[in-house]
Write a new protein. Sequence first.
Length: 458
Amino acid sequence: MSENAVEKGKVGVEVMEGHEEEAEKVRKNEKRIKWFDFSSKIKEDQAMMLDLLNIITYMSSIATADIGRDKIIELASQQEGITAVYLRRVHLLVRNYGYDYAEACKVVAETATHPALKDFLIRLSNAFSTGEDEEKFLRTEAEHMVEKYTNKYSSDVESLRKWTDGYSALLVSVTTVIAVFLTSSMFQMFKIGNLQFLATLGGIILCFVAFFGVYIIYRVAPYEKVVHSLDVKSREQELLRRMGIFLIPSAFIFPIILLISGADEWIIFLTISILLAPMGFFAMKDARNIERRDRDLSPFLKSLGATAGITGTTLAVAISRLDKKAVGSLEEFVNRLYKRLVNGINPSVCWYYFMGETGSELVNKYVRVFLDAINLGGDPVEIGKVTSHSVLGITLLRARRKLVANGFINLMIPLHVSTCGILMFIYEIVLHFNKWLSGIFKKGITRGDWWNTFRFWI
């Protein structure tokens, strides 16, 4: 591979003279990829695997429409994510520089940094060069990608399980050390330091260990985007947005007012908790609802595709023939979607509101894949199978992660409560003991007399 070819593979905006529209699209993609890297750079490996799964599922779905490879690459390059940027470069090399797709994939593969992305581009190049059927190749790639993503996700979940256990042990150990520090301050003959200094030092150590443990857990946890970023939101998300306009500023203003008025620290922290508690409650409710909707998405896509394909009808008619009870938590949204479709509203708008009102990124991503493939003339039965298979794999992995997360939550809540209670109990005992001891020394009792008095008191 010549250096000149590799340099051409690094397609930039500055070389696309006469293609202003395409250049603008690439600029948007580059901005998107930079933000994606900035917001989740410590999650690059997991993010890439999920992005590959999404884009390969999309390509496999639209390939059932019996369209050419140029159309497959062009449509895939218009999607969001890291892989779409590299496919955009492949498309530009073919159109602007006269490369064939096999050679363009090899050139762009040289610029890829992630091994999974590089391997996919090389396999895609080999499939193009040998003339392998795109639909068959992409269907096989989608199945293999689900297996790879499952293995990677399972490995991350096991690492997460071990680190949560390690965090619990570390927190207990640090609590024990802090308790020893506070207890040692009772014996001023050791000259360890005053109680206020030891309590502050213990708090700093405990906070450092807690933040360090949380960072490690965040680092090893599998990457996934659960909530979409569409303008249309679910009821809970819209309520959270409205509540946040008032409660978040209040959580900053009221504590400052209380601090100025000389209120105790516990009152300030209690006020912040009370102000933020409603948002936390509705956020948890929204998370549970999204989880149920994601779980019911796979059978919905498979049933809808099978109904539309077997009967040869439109999606609106196919929805009318679905058993609404079989779609579970999506029943309300499917009924609303059907009413909008039969009333003559633009189908794109109807489906957009359907995706937005669920609040789920998984629904948003795979319903788009399903619709794009159907609109291109693909086989609804095969499209439903491909999309439902990927969705089912993701939801099963999330259930495995939730099992670990729930166990960690059920352990951490009582552990933090007991840790705080023990440290507060020890702190109060030591504080009152030191006050009693200071009163004795002020009366002129020597250290030897104090020790005899203390032994007698014991």
